[in-house]
Design a protein around this ligand. Sequence first.
Ligand code: NAP
Length: 287
Amino acid sequence: MIVVTAAGGRTGTAVVRALRARGDDVRALVSSPRRRPELAALGAEVLPADLGDPATAEPLLAAADALYLIWPNFAPGEAEGAAALFAAARRAGVPRVVYHSVLRPQARAMPHHAAKDSAEEALDASGLAWRVLQPCAYADNLDGQVAGVAATGVFRAPWGLAQPQSLVDLRDVAEAAVVLLTRNGLDGGTFEAVGPRPLTAPEIAAELSAWLGREVSAVDVVPDGPVPPATDYSAHCRRRMFDHYRAHGFAGSPRVLEALLGRPARTLRDHLAALPVPVPDPAGPLP
Ligand SMILES: NC(=O)c1ccc[n+]([C@@H]2O[C@H](COP(=O)([O-])OP(=O)(O)OC[C@H]3O[C@@H](n4cnc5c(N)ncnc54)[C@H](OP(=O)(O)O)[C@@H]3O)[C@@H](O)[C@H]2O)c1
C-alpha cells in the first residue's frame, strides 16, 4: 500500500490515478473528512490527516510500502512540516519515501522553493531510503485559462514575454512518480521532471492558436503593486515566483524525465490535444 499526501490536490489526484491504473493499493490522505468522489471512484482508501499536525498522519503510515509526500502548493511550514513527516515515516518503518519537490529548489528568491530545498536536506539526513522528484511548472497550469483564451484571443503571461518555461504534462509527472515509488535501484536519486522544450509566452500563444484555430496573442500582465508581505505566504510566493520567472525563466532538460519514462516527454501540443476544446460562450466578450 502506498500513501499519498495532499491527495485531494491536482498533483496528488494525478499520482493516485497513475498508481491505481497499475492496480496499486493507495491510501489517499486529504485535509478533511468531506466526501472525495474523484478519489473514491479511483478506488483509493481516503483518510483525513492534517499535514500541519504530523501526529494525525503518523498512524496512517503504518504498514505502508512507500510514502509519496506532497506538500500543499504555496502553503507555509513546508520545511518543518516535511521534516516532521519524514521523522514520522522513519518511526513507522516506511521502507521508501519519495518527496515531491520542484525544479531548482535552491532558487532562494522563491520561498516555496527554498522550503523544498530545506526539506530535501532533512530527507537526506532522515535515515530513510528516499528518492526526490523535481518537476518544472506544469502545462496543466494553463488549463484554467483556455476558455478565456478561446473567447478573447488573449493569453495572459504574468511572467512576461521574453523568458521561457519547459512546461511538463502532469500525467508525465505522475508516471515518473510511480516509477520512483515502485522501481528498485533508485535510492538516493534526485530526478528532474521537465517538459520537452522551453517555450516563451508568444510560443505558447502560437500553440494555443493552432489548437483553437483562432489568432491568439500573448499579453504581458505585469503584477501590480509591491510584493505582498511574507505573512501573506501564498500571495508572497506567487509574486516572487512570477518575478523570478520574468527575470530568469524556468527551463531545463527533459533528459532525466525521458529516461525514467522510457519515452519522449509529452509536448504542449499533446497536452492541449487531451483537453476538450472550449465552446465559445455566445454571451461572452467579443473576440
Ligand atoms: N503547479 C505546478 O506547476 C508545480 C510544479 C512543481 C511542483 N509543484 C508542487 O506540487 C505540490 C502540489 O501542488 P498542487 O498544485 O498539486 O497543489 P494543490 O492542487 O494546491 O493541492 C494541494 C492540496 O493540499 C491539500 N491540503 C491543503 N492543506 C492541507 C493540510 N493542512 N493537510 C492536508 N492536506 C492539505 C488540499 O487538499 P484537500 O482537497 O484535501 O483540502 C489541496 O487540494 C506543491 O508543493 C507545489 O509546490 C507544483
